[in-house]
Write a protein that binds this ligand. Structure first.
Ligand code: URA
Length: 429
């Protein structure tokens, strides 16, 4: 088949600061998916996009081309409004676990197609797989069955959604081109739009444990994604949230499930509860239910009921004891004072090295591994008090985890101002 463009011309256009035409974008994304544009050509183009940028129309067209590379799902047969959440990833970010059943308890359908963790941020499916019997892989019929019966489903995204993104994301990972906002925004939004949700709330993390280290870039990413969602007819809002320190008191798969269940029981750490409620309020408002009170459903057991049904519908036993690691080691405060910093990145890497995360796609993870946090930012400690407990089945990992924590805990004088985890909201309404 003769090709209607030449990859080198497309690369040169962007390299020289120009804008790509709709047809160039449609062609290059499709030709890359077909294997006609080579990896080295696409990586040159990705680098040119990182350096030069793209305007809103180019990003929108690029996103549409990635959606067109695969299938689109359609949840209209469920007969209820659908709402979805996406987080750009953070340390201790277990919010999907309490959030999906909470929103479902108000009659809004939550199809949460999720991924596995790679690197220092954990994956939702890895967390849920620590529940005995729970299955992440569902057929389409099973997915629709659970969504219809329970109202919430959290399962593995099939490989049919935006296959161009799968190929391009793997390439970006190895060519230093992950950090381009047009490419991050189109990557995330192509998958979410292909999923066919009516509305979407984005949790854009900012801080040491997140992709975006500064607020200006986080805001730009949030605005870009909200714009893409709106153009595609998906009611989209974003919360920019703090990821300078881990969310909650646990980082690691079974540890985070335990904490999520505490939130579903009306307790749990303040920041996890606050963010769960804030995201739920966005999802309910987008589904036309702005007058509902998500906090009440955490406190009166409705959210817990829908969690138990959701876990059981996917083969899990919500009453089974969660796995625990065979070895623990306590990290203590070196001096008296107030914890002024507990760095999200350091704690995330420590949890990962303890076995909670994977270095390569396909590696297995330890269900019980991770970090438990006893003293958080703003807490007063005395020398020798426990600050963290490290958990692992492979104690030879303790030393490397402790290396990751060097400089991650700062203890100083004075108090630090309590700060809301939600920093900004971006979107209409
Ligand atoms: N997550 C994605 O799915 N894609 C990106 O590019 C970055 C984060």
């Amino acid at each position: 088949m003769t090709e209607r463009h030449d990859a080198v011309d497309v690369i040169r256009t962007k390299r020289d600061g120009g804008r790509l035409s709709d047809d160039q974008i449609d062609w290059v994304v499709d030709a890359y998916t077909r294997g006609v544009v080579a990896d080295e050509q696409m990586s040159a183009l990705a680098m040119a996009i990182l350096l030069v940028g793209m305007d809103g129309e180019e990003i929108s067209r690029w996103t549409a081309a990635m959606i067109a590379s695969g299938e689109r799902m359609d949840f209209s047969s469920i007969g209820r409004p659908t709402a979805d959440k996406h987080s750009t990833g953070g340390v201790g970010d277990k919010i999907t676990l309490p959030l999906a059943p909470l929103v479902a308890s108000f009659g809004v359908a939550v199809p949460q197609l999720s991924g596995r963790g790679l690197g220092h941020t954990g994956g939702t499916l890895d967390k849920l797989e620590s529940i005995p019997g729970w299955r992440a892989s569902l057929t389409n019929d099973e997915l629709f069955g659970v969504l219809g019966d329970v109202g919430a489903v959290i399962c593995a995204a099939g490989s049919g959604l935006a296959p161009a993104d799968k190929k391009l994301y793997a390439l970006r990972d190895t060519t230093g081109t992950v950090e381009a906002i047009p490419l991050i925004a189109s990557s995330i939004m192509s998958k979410k739009i292909a999923e066919g949700t009516d509305s979407l709330v984005l949790d854009v993390k900012v801080g040491s444990g997140a992709f975006m280290k500064d607020i200006d870039r986080a805001r730009e990413l949030a605005r870009t994604m909200v714009g893409l969602g709106e153009r595609a007819g998906v009611a989209t809002t974003a919360l920019v949230t703090d990821m300078s320190t881990p969310l909650g008191r646990t980082v690691g798969n079974a540890l985070e499930v335990r904490e999520s269940v505490e939130v579903l029981a009306g307790g749990g750490p303040d920041d996890v509860r606050e963010l769960t409620i804030a995201l739920a309020a966005e999802m309910l408002a987008a589904a036309g239910r702005a007058d509902e009170d998500p906090a009440a459903a955490l406190d009166d057991g409705r959210a817990m009921d829908s969690w138990r049904r959701m876990i059981a519908a996917q083969g899990g036993d919500p009453d089974a004891p969660l796995p625990t690691a065979t070895h623990t080691q306590v990290v203590t405060a070196p001096s008296d004072g107030v914890v002024t910093s507990l760095d999200a990145y350091g704690v995330g890497v420590a949890a990962w090295r303890l076995g909670a995360g994977r270095a390569r796609q396909g590696d297995s993870v330890q269900a019980g591994a991770g970090v438990e946090i006893h003293a958080r930012v703003g807490d007063a400690v005395s020398a020798g008090d426990p600050v963290l407990t490290l958990h692992t089945d492979t104690p030879e990992r303790f030393a490397r985890a402790e290396e990751a924590l060097e400089g991650a805990i700062e203890i100083g004088a004075g108090t630090s101002e309590p700060r809301s985890v939600v920093l900004e909201r971006i979107g209409a309404r």
